[in-house]
Design a protein around this ligand. Structure first.
Ligand SMILES: *Cc1c(COP(=O)(O)O)cnc(C)c1O
Length: 366
């Protein structure tokens, strides 16, 4: 095995089939072949997640943040506010985006790695009738914590609010029940658990939202969800899409449909279980309680005397790229994601390599 195994939460290792799809012949984005490609991706996304007839897909060229900004800037009506739950970098980013588009926000904050209080969310909903939309990160990739999307969705529904989910790192990695959780807008990207390349992301929009979406102010040109969606419904794209990345995404969706979303979730759950058994045997400690961990990322406390830099560099020499903590967790944790096309044998070897690294840490000898 001479490839670099990516244990960061995207971009992920892709299959050769997806990589080869990049090399499709050059194509003008105003030709019917490109329209077909865009429709194919939009359709396959709905098919994979069982959303045909209920949702529509709006694609956008850009990383996951592009689709998130498209949703955040477009989904709140004039005069309304957005409730944002913040318990990690990505919840904070949603609030920052809303503010940068002059959308009023109400925030419910809790410590990173901790499940937000439903009472606090309900209190905010009661106290702020101006809230029109609730925004929640499903899998807070900062910590590997799954937020209670179903409970928050029930609350939003009970108070007559729309629900926007950042599922960028959870779609096809952890279960998301769009109906039970009352999801109206769901943001995803090609390059995490969907196993495509970075460069295209999307918003799944509940069909019933289309009319009201059209009445919201256009706060951006490129990130206008209503206009992008309308253009794509008419078989066009507003701007130049990353054509080659779209070809690869189409191939990645074929693979997802073959594996099925349930099958992929099972595979990721199996991989994280295997890894965590190994971490347990090494005596490593976790940031998040077992009940709230995602299937695709594990945040591990750096053992006493071991720096992230040491661990990262030693593992990289062996072909594995791990990921640092963010913000206040930068010095205290490291993260291991198991997204993408990685084989069981590669995870097993990682455990052996990690064990060796931990044993030879120079600072442990001080
Ligand atoms: C990765 C991630 C993003 C940002 O995606 P990019 O592709 O890096 O722009 C946003 N939200 C969550 C939850 C993520 O995991």
């Amino acid at each position: 095995m001479n490839r670099m195994i990516l244990l960061n939460p995207g971009p992920v290792n892709v299959t050769d089939r997806v990589r080869k799809a990049l090399l499709h012949p050059d194509l003008c984005h105003r030709e019917p072949e490109c329209a077909e490609l865009v429709q194919s991706i939009r359709q396959k996304l709905l098919e994979a997640f069982g959303l045909e007839g209920v949702f529509l897909t709006a694609l956008i060229t850009g990383s996951g943040t592009a689709a998130l900004e498209m949703a955040v800037s477009s989904c709140v009506a004039e005069g309304q506010a957005m409730l944002v739950v913040r318990n990690g970098v990505y919840g904070e980013r949603i609030a920052t985006m809303a503010e940068s588009h002059s959308i009023p926000t109400v925030t419910v904050d809790c410590d990173w790695g901790v499940v937000p209080s439903l009472d606090a969310i309900e209190r905010a909903l009661k106290e702020h009738p101006e809230i029109g939309l609730v925004a929640l990160v499903h899998h807070e990739t900062t910590t590997g914590l799954l937020n209670p999307v179903h409970e928050v969705g029930e609350l939003a529904h009970r108070y007559g609010k729309k629900l926007l989910i950042d599922a960028i790192s959870s779609l096809a990695g952890d279960t998301l029940d769009f109906e039970r959780s009352h999801v109206d807008y769901c943001v995803g990207t090609a390059n995490k658990c969907l196993q495509g390349f970075p460069g295209v992301s999307f918003v799944l929009v509940r069909k019933e939202e289309i009319d009201s979406l059209a009445t919201h102010p256009a706060r951006s040109v490129y990130f206008d969800l209503n206009k992008n969606l309308k253009a794509q419904e008419a078989g066009e794209t507003l701007f130049t899409p990353a054509v080659q990345v779209h070809y690869a995404f189409d191939a990645a969706l074929d693979e997802l449909i073959e594996e099925t979303v349930t099958g992929r979730i099972k595979r990721y759950a199996g991989a994280s279980t295997l890894l965590r058994q190994g971490f347990n045997e090494m005596g490593l400690e976790y940031l998040v309680d077992p009940a709230h961990r995602s299937n695709s990322l594990t945040a591990i406390k750096l053992p006493e005397g071991i720096t992230y830099e040491f661990l990262h560099d030693e593992l990289k020499k062996q072909g594995y790229v791990i990921y640092a903590g963010q913000g206040g967790l930068k010095k205290s944790i490291f993260r291991i994601a198991n997204m993408g096309d990685i084989q069981t044998g590669e995870f097993q070897r990682l455990l052996e390599v990690l064990k060796t690294c931990l044993a030879k840490s120079p600072s442990l000898r001080d």
